[in-house]
Design a protein around this ligand. Sequence first.
Ligand code: SF4
Ligand code: SF4
Length: 56
Amino acid sequence: MAYKINDDCIGCGACAAECPVGAISEADGKCVIDASACLDCGACAGTCPVGAPQAE
Ligand code: SF4
Ligand code: SF4
C-alpha cells in the first residue's frame, strides 16, 4: 500500500515537509510519492490543502 498524489496537486510542497521518510519529491510543479518508500502513514493527506494525496 502507498499513497498517490493526484492531478489536483498545486505543488505547494507542504506534504514533502511532513513525510517522515522523505518519499515525496517535486517534478514539473507537482509532487510525486515514491511508492517503494511510502509507509502509508497518511501525514501527507492530512497536510494537503487540496486533498491530492489519496490512499491506493
Ligand atoms: Fe510519506 Fe506518509 Fe505520505 Fe507515504 S503516506 S508519502 S510515508 S507522508
Ligand atoms: Fe501537492 Fe498537496 Fe503536496 Fe501541496 S501538500 S505539494 S498540493 S500534494
